[in-house]
Design a protein around this ligand. Structure first.
Ligand code: NAD
Ligand code: DAU
Length: 359
């Protein structure tokens, strides 16, 4: 039975990945989920799998070398899928330190622990071991309208403290590949959306605010472009890179689905109007009048656009969920999980929201 060590599995993409893997492989794999449960980590995301015999949750911090080495000592880990990170750009602008500590130093701890567990005395590595570092398109910097796409060969040019910390962690993984022939892949994915996404990010924030008749904050002119991918398509890509990716390679993952932020907001408002049943009082609240232009994000990257040609040609991955369908699935999920939203937006979220949006 192959054993996966997933870091950050209680977060948005990590929990979707764990669900995807159990749907696909059932009882033929084992997953050890290591997460220290920051504000973004939520064990409610994993309720449906927590009783499985082939699932283990370990509450540990990836910066804690002893705790991580202990896990490698207890389990014969075949694959590491490394999601754990501080992931929100706005928070990185306000408080960069923890981004360096978790994203850079935490990744170093993970690399060293895997290397120690997998390295043979002659410096080669045990067969069939692999470390997959989950990274982002933001490491490539920013494009203008009319520019080409981000390719795997595009030089790293991060701008925010978040993207600088992710670029640094990519560099560390690359250094381990180049120096030790460490068995790893790096994936750089575009913006994800879907179930379990924390409502500090654009799509769940807009859905949640619109349903309550609260202002919809648009940074700057609303014309910044992101390339949106449904989270299940990302989970599938990660699995395919694990299975078929050539060791040492970097793979871009993206949906060829570029949209301006203001377009996203209009699509969400239209879809909410279509999906809310007649007579539902929230229909009266959901309105374009809620759109509010606010001060721009500092250093706001203008456009991200991934060229996913390499993963398509070498591995055969392509995105399966069209944006309109993905948005409907996401909204449906939020309709069915009102309690989840209530829980994650109580307490600390209120304080964050008030400070961030002066609301
Ligand atoms: P998230 O913020 O929703 O989840 C992060 C998870 O990591 C949480 O469960 C948190 O508790 C855990 N974590 C944070 N610090 C930790 C630490 N020190 N030790 C152990 N666990 C810790 O993030 P996400 O959106 O799911 O992103 C996951 C990964 O994917 C990140 O590496 C991110 O850079 C990358 N990524 C995200 C996107 C996106 O659109 N969200 C796109 C491309 C890549
Ligand atoms: O591109 C991949 C990245 O996508 C990931 O690496 C990050 O972890 C993830 O957070 C995401 O980063 P973005 O900064 O692109 O996502 P966010 O949802 O924060 O913002 C998307 C766009 O919407 C961005 O141009 C800023 C804008 N925005 C965001 C918020 C929260 C607004 O206009 N208003 C808002 O309130």
């Amino acid at each position: 039975m192959r054993t996966y060590l997933v870091t950050g599995g209680a977060g948005f993409i990590g929990s979707n990945y764990i669900h995807y893997m159990f749907r696909k492989y059932g009882d033929t794999i084992r997953i050890i989920n290591v997460d220290c449960l920051t504000y973004a980590g939520n064990l409610e995301n994993l309720k449906a799998v927590e009783d499985r015999d082939n699932y283990v949750f370990v509450k540990a911090d990836i910066r804690d070398r002893e705790a991580i080495e202990k896990i490698f000592g207890e389990y014969d880990i075949d694959r590491v899928v490394h999601f754990a990170a501080e992931s929100h750009v706005d928070r990185s602008i306000r408080n960069p330190e923890v981004f360096v500590e978790t994203n850079v130093l935490g990744t170093l701890v993970m690399l060293n622990a895997a290397k120690k567990a997998w390295e043979n005395p002659d410096g080669s590595f045990k067969e069939n071991k692999k470390f997959l570092h989950v990274s982002t398109d933001e490491v490539y910097g920013s494009l203008e309208e009319g520019d080409t796409y981000f390719y795997e060969t595009t030089p790293l040019d991060p701008h925010s403290p978040y993207s600088a910390s992710k670029a640094s962690s990519d560099m560390l993984v690359k250094a381990y590949i180049d120096t030790y022939h460490f068995p790893a892949n790096i994936t750089n994915c575009s913006n994800n959306y879907g179930p379990y996404q924390f409502p500090e990010k654009l799509i769940p924030l807009i859905i949640n605010n619109a349903l309550q008749g609260k202002k919809l904050p648009v940074y700057g002119d609303g014309k910044n472009v992101r390339d949106w991918l449904y989270v299940d398509d990302h989970a599938k890509a990660i699995d395919m890179v694990q299975e078929q990716g050539r060791l040492g390679e970097r793979y871009n993952i993206g949906g060829h689905n570029e949209k301006q932020n203001i377009e996203i907001i209009h699509i969400i408002l239209d879809t909410l109007q279509e999906m809310l049943p007649k007579g539902d009082p929230r229909r009266e609240l959901v309105s374009e009048k809620l759109i509010t232009y606010v001060e721009d994000r500092k250093g706001h990257d203008r456009r991200y656009a991934i060229a996913p040609d390499k993963i398509k040609e070498e591995i055969g991955w392509y995105p399966e969920t069209m944006f309109r369908e993905g948005i409907r699935l996401t909204i449906q999920w939020f309709f069915e999980h009102e309690e989840w939203m209530k829980n994650v937006t109580s307490g600390d979220y209120q304080k964050y929201y008030a400070e961030m949006y002066q609301a």
